[in-house]
Design a protein around this ligand. Structure first.
Ligand code: FRU
Length: 459
């Protein structure tokens, strides 16, 4: 069987029951998932693609998986419309993005090629090709073509140049993540007027090296502020900052689209164990929506779902806002439709009906103690929030967040995930969690909405 047949075969065998299958998060029907790709809304329908290795639960040959929805509650699972079936992407149809022009969806992604042999795959033995493909409906993707290869990128770069995203303003600007030969992470910017020919403009980087590679860049403007979101690799932990192996965060950018520009003051978008490669898009209502990979590569903590042949998920979509010099993330209002019964409790200990709920705590003053699943402890006092996981973390241990005050908390809990929105989305915390225990302890009054599940239809 060749590689493509192996993928197609695996896709036909979705995972069977697993108590950790999520109820209102997108996950792979089988196998491995990583980055969200090609996020867009076209003719009312939202398209959410993702890096998918259906034949290998521990990360293998990838194409783009596809979910479509009109309301973020009912989905269609549209399998794998983008396969690694071209000589320029035979090692994987890697991450990329979508943009709508003249009512067509244009996709740009990285065609990965790994040559067999004894190579370092940084300076030799790899191709990162800039690929284009288009669609009238988001379902059938045609006219795959390679628009640039490593030969076309500036000479001082390694072969790691990937993850194209287009930012439309006076022209279309392409950003791609890159690693140079000095192992300095940065973002390349190209300009185009026809989405076919891309002219190199300049780069965005920090004054001093900040990691060796910046993956999955996304440049956009929100409330008058230009933001560069990206996932830098190779940054050392600094006190309570950068506690994960790789980071996902943003720079506020002041950029003229002509000269190289220095970016500074990187801020993490999330303080949890499982967040990476987040991407945004503008929907037809003008909302800037962010979706991240609820996972990280190369970590030493694990996911027991591997036993059931699937791994990882996407975060819930979040609405981005920018004010007072800061990015805020809020739960998508559509998720209110999932609310079923509501209950309020003042008791310090109780047992919930299940782990699929939205929990709110308001008017917190000074301190908080909250224990979920008899194992995951959230504490706040003296300006420090501490999140401690034990057995349910499968190797996830402790994370910190310095916070001047804690006013409110919204927690979205699913069978095997937790997403916390702290102080109205000023900060978030995302993690996977593996325990079916439904105990809860809390120092404050809590309000719970039990949540319904997504409906996902298969093709
Ligand atoms: C980020 C990333 C991207 C790459 C993709 C491959 O997680 O490494 O840089 O395009 O995943 O799946």
């Amino acid at each position: 069987m060749n590689n493509i047949d192996r993928l197609l075969q695996a896709i036909k065998q979705p995972t069977t029951d697993d108590p950790y299958r999520l109820h209102y998060h997108l996950m792979p029907p089988i196998g491995w998932l990583n980055d969200p790709n090609g996020l867009c809304q076209h003719d009312g329908t939202y398209h959410i693609y993702y890096q998918w290795a259906p034949a290998d639960v521990n990360n293998g040959l990838k194409g783009w998986g596809h979910y479509a929805t009109k309301n973020f509650i009912h989905y269609q699972d549209l399998k794998m419309p983008l396969l690694p079936d071209h000589p320029r992407d035979q090692g994987g149809a890697y991450s990329g993005s979508a943009i709508i022009k003249d009512n067509k969806i244009h996709y740009f992604y990285t065609g990965n090629v790994k040559k067999p042999g004894d190579y370092d795959y940084i300076l030799k033995g790899r191709e990162h090709n800039f690929m284009h493909v288009e669609s009238c409906d988001g379902h059938i993707l045609t006219n795959k073509e390679c628009l640039m290869t490593n030969e076309d990128y500036p000479d001082d770069l390694t072969l790691h140049v990937r993850d194209p995203k287009i930012y439309h303003r006076d022209h279309d600007y392409l950003v791609m993540g890159a690693r140079d030969k000095q192992d300095v992470g940065q973002v390349l910017v190209y300009q185009s007027d026809d989405l076919k020919k891309f002219d190199y403009c300049c780069r965005l980087k920090t004054e001093k090296p900040f990691g060796y590679m910046w993956e999955c860049p996304d440049l956009f403007e929100l409330n008058g502020q230009m933001i560069l979101l990206c996932s830098p690799q190779g940054i050392k932990q600094d006190g309570y900052l950068y506690e994960n192996i790789y980071q996902n965060g943003y720079f506020k950018v002041n950029y003229d689209f002509v000269n190289d520009s220095i970016v500074k003051d990187f801020e993490e978008i999330d303080n949890g164990f499982d967040i990476y490669a987040a991407q945004t898009f503008l929907d037809e209502q003008g909302r800037r929506i962010l979706i991240g990979w609820m996972g990280l590569p190369d970590v030493d903590y694990t996911n027991p779902t591997v036993q059931n042949n699937w791994q990882h998920a996407l975060t819930m979509p979040r609405i981005l806002d920018y004010h007072d010099g800061h990015l805020y993330q809020k739960p998508l209002p559509e998720f209110k439709q999932l609310r079923m019964s509501q209950e309020s409790y003042k008791k310090p200990h109780l047992q919930l009906k299940n782990n699929v709920f939205e929990l709110q705590i308001k008017n917190i003053s000074d301190t908080l103690y909250l224990k979920l699943r008899n194992d995951f402890i959230i504490e706040y006092h003296n300006g420090l929030m501490t999140l401690t996981m034990n057995e349910s973390g499968y190797g996830r241990d402790i994370r910190h967040l310095e916070l001047e005050h804690l006013d409110s908390l919204i927690i979205y809990s699913d069978t095997s995930s937790i997403e916390m929105f702290i102080n109205d989305g000023y900060r978030t915390f995302t993690t996977r969690i593996y325990s079916e225990n439904t105990d809860i302890e809390c120092s404050n009054e809590i309000n719970i909405y039990y949540l319904d599940s997504f409906k996902i239809e298969s093709e």
